[in-house]
Design a protein around this ligand. Structure first.
Ligand code: BG6
Length: 253
């Protein structure tokens, strides 16, 4: 639009896309750290982007978080012409019910008149439990759906904000702090170099599965998330589409 040209947002998108080395960047005006309505705009921009990608039937894996909750709010049945199935990307990672991927999935299914599946898994599982849970037929069925998703939509968080928001044990919190983690995405914590320094042990999508997901949208805004976004995108597939706001974008350029 004319507005985007005048404000230089289009130029900023191209600059940032090259700088981050990913397939596309979409920037909405404002900074969601300071103006709550900007998160709504992130949601609307993501819904539009999803619409452009969704042809026919789709399995969509999603994470939790307040940003993803805005995405759910912005979705309508017109987002796709085929059937949609929403699945949570990963099992419990210590979030409040309202922020959980299961909750977001059911909201998304409601708003688009489609289906969703729930992943009943406890927060943080031991190695042993991991194996037995993954073999449970009801769970392994959902895990298969997750691994065959053709679109992943996820949030990115600032590491300590996320660690504090979740039921993180004292020793894990120390580990995350000592490793100087700056970013977090679906339970993985990253340092500034984009190296994984800690991961929440749960079932679902693993970092190594991302390369086989055809479409990935990362949604995160606010100047406070700029380091987190940069760190995570060092590790993320280059096919990732980033939807962010001016607040984060200005710090990333
Ligand atoms: C969580 C996701 O639910 O939301 C995380 O699992 C993400 O990967 C986080 O970092 C972001 O939360 P918010 O509320 O900042 O959108």
């Amino acid at each position: 639009s004319v507005m985007r040209e005048v404000t230089g947002i289009n130029e900023m998108e191209q600059l940032l896309q090259r700088k981050l080395g990913i397939s596309k960047v979409i920037i909405v005006a404002g900074d969601s750290d300071h103006s709550p309505w900007v998160k709504k705009e992130l949601g609307l921009a993501t819904a539009n982007c999803m619409k452009s990608l969704l042809k026919g039937n789709n399995i969509i894996a999603v994470t939790g978080g307040t940003t993803m909750s805005s995405v759910a709010d912005a979705l309508t049945p017109s987002v796709a012409d085929g059937e949609l199935l929403f699945v949570p990307a990963r099992g419990g990672i210590g979030e409040d019910v309202k922020n959980q991927a299961n909750t977001i999935c059911s909201m998304m299914a409601d708003h688009t008149a489609s289906k969703h599946r729930v992943l009943y898994a406890p927060d943080e599982v031991s190695e042993e439990m991991y194996k037995s849970i993954s073999n449970d037929p009801r769970i392994s069925e959902v895990l298969k759906l997750i691994r065959s998703a053709n679109l992943l939509v996820h949030g990115i968080g600032e590491a300590l904000t996320m660690a504090n928001r979740r039921n993180t044990t004292k020793s894990d919190l120390e580990k995350i702090k000592n490793a100087e983690a700056v970013g977090e995405a679906f339970g993985y914590y990253f340092n500034e170099e984009g190296e994984v320094v800690h991961k929440v042990q749960t079932i679902g999508l693993r970092l190594e599965d991302l390369s086989s997901v055809p479409n990935i949208i990362a949604v995160a805004g606010g100047a406070s998330k700029s380091k987190a976004i940069r760190a995570y995108l060092k590790e993320a597939p280059t096919s990732t589409i980033l939807i962010t706001d001016e607040g984060a974008a200005k710090k990333l350029i």
